[in-house]
Design a binder for this molecule. Structure first.
Ligand SMILES: NC(=O)c1ccc[n+]([C@@H]2O[C@H](COP(=O)([O-])OP(=O)(O)OC[C@H]3O[C@@H](n4cnc5c(N)ncnc54)[C@H](OP(=O)(O)O)[C@@H]3O)[C@@H](O)[C@H]2O)c1
Ligand SMILES: *[C@@H]1O[C@H](CO)[C@@H](O)[C@H](O)[C@H]1NC(C)=O
Length: 383
């Protein structure tokens, strides 16, 4: 028997950020066309922007950018040119700088009253919070891979999440892993969560597990950099701020009304080796090796206690902390090797043995897949 053909519902999207994740998202959208069509879903990308400009389809009410245009945009951005450099570019308009921001809010206001719109934040900027708030005000939806807007002041956060059904941000913690979804299900069922411990940095997970073999810290960090696991300046990982933003997002999800500055963050390097005093080269060659003995000592102490050292976020009681902790060797976090993310959740239902979520917690592909699943999850709001 032939399946009944479903009517296809258009879901208009505007994608902010066209870097590794944004481009991968556009690729996923194009390659999922027939899968989505079978589900009666049609993702219509009405606009794409980078840090300088916005490209929008000529008529956002009736059409999106064509797949050919989307792929051309990806290619341009991959080659390093700004969106602004797209000349002669089919049926579309280009807006620059502040005009781009104004245009996004205007499109959201127009589509908010008709079809609706999903604004997708794949940028790495804290400046998008204003436009996201404007879009939420218009009754539109937002999906984020970018943590920064959710890690800004509590007022902004509460405004963004005020329409629970209109926001998804699964990829901000653990990339494609179902972290936010799992926590939301536990919270919704009234099961109290007492403790969350997580290794939420692939880089630091790798570094800490390699240290168990007795390798010096400096050597392990350099190896991680060589494997492309770290940011160009490894101090961006070693400082712990990225983990702290993820911890803040989780704590706020649990209902904690706190800001980033109330999280205790242990950096793995001292202030005196910060980017303002030392170049990356100098840090790698001279700064890092001077930290080896101290870390080796801590690894040894942990081991003599039957523990291992992990760089984790820990949310428990009234504390939310990010830093080095000793954890039992024989625990999900203690067994971690390599760059996977691991999250242990303890609640009434998961009291002795935690609910454990583990897997790749970074990468353009899994992150963009998480964003796409978030978008598809909003489809019931579109008719
Ligand atoms: N990659 C991962 O594994 C991963 C995992 C989880 C979450 N995330 C998050 O996903 C986001 C994107 O990551 P990425 O690796 O794709 O970053 P990226 O390669 O640095 O790309 C960022 C993009 O955002 C654009 N942008 C910057 N400021 C903007 C603004 N104010 N408005 C609009 N666009 C702006 C940039 O424009 P230009 O091209 O003009 O510079 C660039 O296209 C980040 O927030 C990251 O933390 C990434
Ligand atoms: C993600 O995309 C960026 C930008 O194109 C690229 O430099 C990086 O290597 C990619 N990362 C992975 C893990 O594929």
């Amino acid at each position: 028997m032939e399946m009944e053909k479903k009517k296809s519902v258009p879901l208009p999207l505007l994608v902010m950020g066209c870097g590794g994740v944004g481009r991968q998202l556009l690729h996923h959208i194009v390659s999922c066309r027939s899968l989505h069509a079978k589900q009666g879903l049609q993702l219509r990308v009405v606009g794409v922007c980078d840090s300088q400009s916005l490209v929008v389809s000529a008529d956002v009410f009736t059409m999106g950018l064509s797949d050919t245009s989307l792929m051309e945009i990806c290619q341009k951005k991959l080659s390093g040119s700004p969106l602004m450099a797209l000349n002669d570019f089919g049926e579309c308009q280009i807006f620059r700088n502040s005009e781009a921001t104004r245009k996004i809010v205007e499109i959201a206001a127009l589509l908010g009253r008709s079809t609706g719109l999903v604004l997708v934040d794949c940028s790495a900027s804290s400046d998008t919070v204003r436009v996201l708030n404007g879009v939420v005000d218009s009754g539109c939806c937002i999906v984020l891979a970018n943590k920064k807007p959710l890690a800004s002041g509590i007022e902004d956060y509460e405004k963004l999440v005020s329409h629970l059904r209109h926001i998804r941000y699964e990829s901000t913690v653990g990339a494609g892993l179902p972290v936010i979804t799992s926590l939301n299900r536990i919270i919704a069922s009234g099961d109290p969560i007492h403790r969350i411990v997580g290794s939420l940095s692939g880089t630091l997970g790798y570094v800490m597990s390699e240290l168990e073999d007795g390798k010096p810290f400096s050597q392990v960090v350099r190896a991680a950099k060589g494997l492309g696991y770290t940011e160009p300046d490894p101090r961006d990982d070693l400082g712990g701020m990225d983990v702290a933003r993820k911890a803040l997002i989780l704590a706020r999800l649990l209902g904690w009304r706190i800001n980033l500055d109330s999280i205790k963050v242990d950096s793995l390097y001292p202030d005196a080796m910060g980017p303002n005093t030392m170049s990356v080269e100098d840090f790698l060659n001279n700064g890092l090796p001077s930290l080896d003995n101290g870390i080796e000592e801590r690894v040894k102490v942990a081991s003599s206690n039957g523990n291992v050292l992990r760089y984790v976020c820990m949310i428990e009681g009234s504390r939310c902390e990010v830093g080095l902790k000793e954890l039992p060797k024989d625990s999900p976090l203690g067994r971690l090797r390599g760059s996977d993310n691991v999250l242990e959740i303890y609640s009434r239902c998961y009291q002795e043995l935690p609910l454990v979520i583990q897997g790749a917690g970074a990468g353009n592909d899994t992150t963009a897949a998480g964003v796409l699943a978030d978008i598809v999850d909003l489809q019931d709001l579109f008719h």
